[in-house]
Design a protein around this ligand. Structure first.
Ligand SMILES: O=C[C@H](O)[C@H](O)[C@H](O)COP(=O)(O)O
Length: 230
């Protein structure tokens, strides 16, 4: 799992605050990453105490952790609704709650689950917040479309880099069998417009801009939790 700038205590505080919204009988979207992992463990503790919930994992890693924690699981196509999704972010715009996600290459499934949920709660630490997004945007692409999508990203003013695996020669391959281009756009003044342009590019499976989706962002700090309600 990738490492981030925040401390475990900050991440745990954010996760604990978000998990307070989980109620008996809910279907809960389980995000991916080191911050959401604290939420998954906390939900596992509640399940051990008798809470009746079902989790819909957003990745292989989330599924594996949720299983270890004893959370009953369902696939997305087995549920009629998701009451609540809890997920992390690589960057959060404090002004409007727009996010960059996909540092763990899980953003395609995350976006489906987070967007489908009635409520989408984000958990983060202070190293993730910014007034304006500027984090490179991960774009999951069909392997055969790597160069055509890269050319389209360049035409949009971006600088795409194929994400390389750390303990394997060659690229990162997503849970869906695709590749990831990390696309540097500098400061993203209009995330909605960029999101639309990326979504329109043939060969793009999903990009990591989550615009207008987050209901509440919990930012764990050294002594509490800052709540952003965009
Ligand atoms: O693909 C991964 C996800 O979008 C994560 O939620 C995101 O990268 C944040 O992860 P972390 O909490 O480990 O910083």
């Amino acid at each position: 799992m990738k490492t981030t700038g925040g401390t475990d205590a900050q991440k745990r505080r954010a996760a604990t605050a978000a998990v307070e919204a989980v109620e008996d009988g809910m279907v809960v979207g389980l995000g991916t990453g080191s911050t959401t992992a604290f939420a998954i463990r906390a939900i596992g503790d509640l399940v051990a105490d008798g809470l009746d919930v079902r989790g819909v994992p957003t990745s292989f890693a989330a599924r594996e952790l949720a299983r270890e924690c004893g959370i009953p699981l369902a696939d997305l196509d087995e549920v009629d609704a998701i009451d609540l999704a809890i997920d992390g972010a690589d960057q959060v715009a404090t002004t409007d709650g727009a996010l960059v996600k996909g540092g763990g290459a899980a953003h395609a499934r995350e976006k489906v689950v987070d967007a489908f949920a009635d409520r989408f709660l984000v958990v983060a630490d202070p190293s993730k917040t910014a007034e304006t997004l500027s984090h490179p945007v991960p774009v999951e692409v069909l392997p055969s479309a790597r160069s055509t999508v890269a050319a389209a990203v360049s035409a949009l003013g971006g600088d795409p880099t194929l994400r390389r695996a750390e303990k394997k020669d060659g690229p990162v391959v997503t849970d869906n069998g695709n590749l990831v281009l990390d696309c540097e756009f500098g400061t993203i003044d209009d995330p909605d417009a960029l999101a639309t342009s990326l979504s329109r590019t043939p060969g793009t499976v999903e990009h990591g801009l989550f615009v207008g989706l987050a209901e509440t962002v919990y930012v764990g700090t050294d002594d509490g939790v800052d709540v952003i309600e965009p």
